[in-house]
Design a protein around this ligand. Structure first.
Ligand code: ATP
Length: 353
């Protein structure tokens, strides 16, 4: 008798042996899933505020203020928070577009915090970015094939003709046609442009992709197509994503874990299910209460926050959220809460816990 196991056509006696092998492989795979592709340790990114003719530094915008987190191989970490909370800056620090003021960035086991030039270039291949509008910073006179192929020949990975051939393959991977390589950016719709941006990001075979508001500019139906494409590519290439967005529906769709940022701080970090079903931080609770919920039974009372988000150039003492927190304690006004890890790896920075 023959059996079909995971697509293999096998005689009966080999099935037990192959099952053992598959179990062993699964364990190995689980080991790989547990590996950290990225570790951020106490990252601060302060932008200097300069004044006068001599450009004297008179203060700092604390865009990211002591953020630590990890991203495991093959997982999607969603980063949410209101505009100006430091999400994009955090993404740009990972890509080393900005050098952090302090802290450490470990990418695939290598400390890249102070790496520059050639050393950084080779490590950077592991991590790529997908932007909201990938064409905003690219030459509109370049054909799409060149746009996708460019990272390959610029980094001397393959010669130009091979890079163009690879670009066509990548375009197919993201749901476009090889002939699209001959077109110019203006000939594509928003969703197609984003597919090209993803193909370009994939060109160097990265292990981590930072997607910054990658679907925010697209129609809802196109958004879900791009999110599904990202999920398929994640499985195929065992990619990890940091998915930055202010859209809760999007982050719910794509993430395995979610980090919530407020005024440059990571106030809560947990599995998606825990964030949506058991949010602990008063800011996360308020953020989620504002999201539309279709199921009437699951709707919770809206928590209205008073006051504005403080200026990151002059953040309040103590907990960054205390000026708007409906559950503020005396200690919150003076002491900044240290992130604590509770059960189920649920991390929270709040004096209530
Ligand atoms: N290059 C820069 N120089 C000075 N300040 C900056 C710079 N980049 C960002 N900031 C400031 O840092 C803070 C965080 O900005 P950031 O763009 O990271 O937030 P965000 O959460 O991504 O917001 P959005 O969703 O609107 O993009 C803001 O106050 C912003 O004005």
């Amino acid at each position: 008798m023959r059996f079909f196991l995971n697509g293999l056509n096998l005689p009966g006696k080999q099935v037990g042996f192959v099952t053992t092998l598959l179990k062993a492989n699964r364990k190995e795979m689980e080991g790989i899933m547990e590996e950290n592709i990225l570790e951020l340790k106490n990252i601060k990114m302060y932008f200097p505020i300069q004044s006068g003719l001599l450009k004297k530094v008179v203060g700092y915008v604390k865009a990211v203020d002591d953020v630590s987190l990890t991203i495991r191989t093959g997982e999607t970490l969603g980063i949410v928070g209101e505009s100006g909370c430091g999400k994009s800056t955090l993404g740009r620090v990972i890509l080393k577009i900005y050098d952090p003021t302090s802290g450490q960035i470990v990418l695939n086991g290598a400390d890249i915090t102070h790496k520059k030039g050639k050393q950084l270039k080779s490590l950077r291949k592991e991590c790529q970015m997908v932007f909201q509008d990938p064409f905003a910073s690219l030459n509109p006179k370049m054909r799409v094939g060149e746009i996708v192929a460019e990272p390959l020949w610029v980094n001397h990975i393959v010669a130009k003709p091979e890079a163009f051939q690879r670009a066509e393959e990548l375009l197919v991977k993201v749901g476009l046609r090889p002939s699209d390589a001959q077109k110019f950016p203006h000939e594509f719709s928003g969703g197609q442009k984003q597919r090209v941006g993803i193909a370009r990001a994939l060109a160097l075979n990265p292990r981590l992709i930072v997607a910054d508001e990658a679907v925010s500019a697209l129609d809802v139906s196109i958004q879900s197509q791009i999110l599904n494409l990202l999920n398929d590519l994640k499985k195929e290439y065992n990619l990890a994503y940091m998915f930055i967005t202010h859209n809760l529906a999007v982050v719910k769709h794509i993430s395995d874990r979610i980090g919530v940022m407020y005024l440059g701080n990571l106030v809560e970090l947990a599995d998606k299910k825990d964030i949506f079903e058991n949010p602990l931080h008063p800011y996360t609770q308020a953020l989620l209460s504002a999201a539309p919920v279709v199921d009437k039974k699951k709707r919770k009372a809206r928590i209205l926050l008073t006051g504005d988000v403080p200026n990151p150039a002059n953040p309040p003492a103590g907990c960054p959220f205390h000026t708007r927190c409906p559950q503020c304690l005396e200690i919150c006004k003076t002491e900044k809460p240290v992130p604590q890890v509770r059960s189920n790896h649920h991390q929270i920075a709040c004096h209530l816990y």
